[in-house]
Design a protein around this ligand. Structure first.
Ligand SMILES: [Zn+2]
Length: 307
């Protein structure tokens, strides 16, 4: 299934639930797909324990068949983004209450090494140069997001090791591993301030008021310009109709303001085997004034002979 573009650039984005690919880094996926990069989304769970977050969709028949509804929503979003997608087959852990145990057999309750196996197999089959996932906080304190980080790092390492999982395909070394920096405090603040300055009502003030002003733990190494794909991103997000209420805080800001004040999606380069990646001396990686990369494939395009 994944051999048709084996000579070119390949990007694998690993997410916890259907809809995460559309709320974090979606414009980046759409941009690379439009450029001809082979883009694959791996979704760890089916989102079976997700609540229906859109009142217009909160109907008994939707709640009763949420797994099917979310598969259909994912198929629609995948089409809109122009990417391929595969479920890794784990069961959503849900968001447990304080001191509440994880449901038996769910994704986050699995041992990391074993839970990484389907992703090791997928990496060896698809052979991406670049993998993107969440940082160790999960970016959001859902057990499946934290588990997605752990499993992706474990699979990144194991996939390259010929001694490990010899039955899961030929070893493959991913060149770069990135973490999302989506939906950051800085992003909300920049939009909130720009809206306020322009006299546009902002729904972000309440959210920001409860958000401690601590500096981000990880530096932004990479900013991918993708404002032209914001409309595609929005359409993909809305395709997850059970999960998004049109008009919620992070969907409600005017897009012209977003294109002006934050026209990129941002990343932290966590692991790389590319020498000089991210630095101003990088041979074919365009950099912006601050030295950040502007391309997830910086340093790889000449080598791959594509792009
Ligand atoms: Zn999620």
């Amino acid at each position: 299934m994944f051999t048709s573009h084996s000579g070119g650039l390949r990007l694998l984005s690993v997410h916890a639930h259907p809809d995460d690919e559309s709320s974090k880094g979606a414009a980046t996926l759409a941009r690379y797909a439009a450029e001809g990069v082979d883009v694959l989304v791996a979704t760890c769970t089916g989102g079976e324990r997700g609540s229906v977050l859109n009142p217009a969709m909160d109907r008994p028949e939707v709640r009763a068949d949420i797994a099917r509804v979310r598969r259909e929503e994912m198929a629609a979003a995948r089409e809109i983004l122009g990417v391929r997608q595969r479920f890794l087959g784990f069961v959503d852990s849900g968001m447990p209450g304080l001191n509440e145990p994880l449901p038996e057999g769910c994704f986050a309750a699995r041992p990391v090494e074993a839970a990484a196996e389907p992703l090791v197999a997928l990496i060896r089959e698809f052979r991406p140069q670049v993998v993107v996932t969440y940082d160790e906080t999960g970016g959001y304190p859902h057990p499946d997001h934290v588990m997605t980080h752990r499993v992706t790092v474990a699979a990144f390492e194991a996939a390259a090791d010929p001694e490990r999982h010899p039955g899961l395909g030929e070893p493959w070394q991913v060149s770069k591993l990135y973490y999302h920096q989506a939906l950051s405090r800085a992003w909300f603040l920049a939009l909130h301030e720009a809206m306020t300055e322009r006299g546009v009502p902002s729904g972000m003030g309440e959210l920001l008021a409860g958000w401690p002003d601590t500096p981000p733990a990880l530096a932004t190494t990479t900013r991918v310009a993708c404002a032209e794909q914001f409309a595609v991103r929005d359409a993909a997000m809305l395709a997850h109709a059970s999960q998004v209420q049109p008009g919620v805080a992070f969907m409600a800001h005017p897009r012209d303001i977003e294109r002006e004040v934050w026209p990129t999606e941002d990343y932290h380069l966590a692991r790389t085997s590319v020498s000089g990646a991210g630095g101003p001396t990088d041979a074919d990686g365009p950099t912006e004034a601050g030295g950040a990369e502007t391309d997830l494939f910086a340093g790889l395009r000449a080598e791959v002979g594509a792009g």
